[in-house]
Design a protein around this ligand. Structure first.
Ligand SMILES: [Zn+2]
Length: 229
């Protein structure tokens, strides 16, 4: 329980980082403020998960809606903490936490701006690979070959189905997943993405048909289920 609470406290910080890094704003500020009316938030308005519920997802003074993303991220990051600290060894715990934190950050930038933010992606993933090599995690050549085959099929036949960013992200992950895990990841990600698209397509009216969905959230889900659970 303590890990969950600890994680959820960092969750809203991740949202702030994901919101500000792509637009080059400083993300370390003295006190949290309402984005709309700039009022400094009091302590009880900054309790993760509970505050959003108590305030009914709006600012107390200006009634500007607070994004549900904060609420969901706080819960998710709490669960990520829980999952990480359940790992057998300290190294596994560290890698799990680092990998999933980075992926959650990229998930958020993809949701906010439909980009996999390069300023976060390259440094974080190069260090991730360095850690994985350093700690001798198994490297699967088969998965890399499988990735290249899938990649060429996608690029040849399903043009634009996946963004280049998504493919690049998968390139960094693929060698560290067994072929079985890689296929499972792709299956879960595409299935949930299709389902989500179908639900949005059926429930919203008119011209949302050109709608672009961020794909990293689904890759993230696939990674957690296939590799970490
Ligand atoms: Zn306000």
């Amino acid at each position: 329980m303590i890990y969950f609470i600890l994680g959820s406290c960092f969750g809203s910080f991740l949202c702030v980082v994901a919101e500000r890094v792509p637009i080059s704003q400083p993300f370390i500020i003295a006190r949290s403020r309402c984005v709309n009316c700039k009022r400094v938030l009091s302590f009880w308005e900054m309790i993760p998960i509970l505050s959003s519920l108590l305030l009914k997802f709006q600012c107390r003074t200006c009634h500007k809606r607070i994004s549900v993303t904060y609420f969901i991220t706080e819960i998710l990051y709490g669960l990520i903490f829980l999952l990480s600290f359940k790992q057998q060894t300290t190294i596994d715990c560290f890698i799990t936490l680092y990998w999933l934190t980075v992926v959650l950050l990229l998930t958020l930038t993809d949701i906010y701006y439909l980009v996999i933010e390069p300023k976060i992606f390259y440094p974080s993933h190069l260090t991730l690979i360095a850690f994985l090599f350093y700690f001798n995690f198994p490297f699967y050549w088969e998965s890399l070959v499988l990735y290249l085959i899938i990649c060429s099929i996608i690029l040849l036949f399903l043009n634009e189905a996946l963004g280049m960013g998504d493919l690049l992200l998968l390139l960094f992950w693929a060698p560290w997943l067994s072929p079985h895990e890689l296929i499972q990841l792709l299956f879960i990600a595409s299935l949930t993405a299709l389902l989500t698209y179908a639900i949005i397509f059926l429930t919203t009216s008119k011209k949302v048909r050109t709608l672009q969905l961020p794909f990293v959230p689904f890759l993230n889900l696939g990674l957690i289920v296939a590799h970490f659970l």
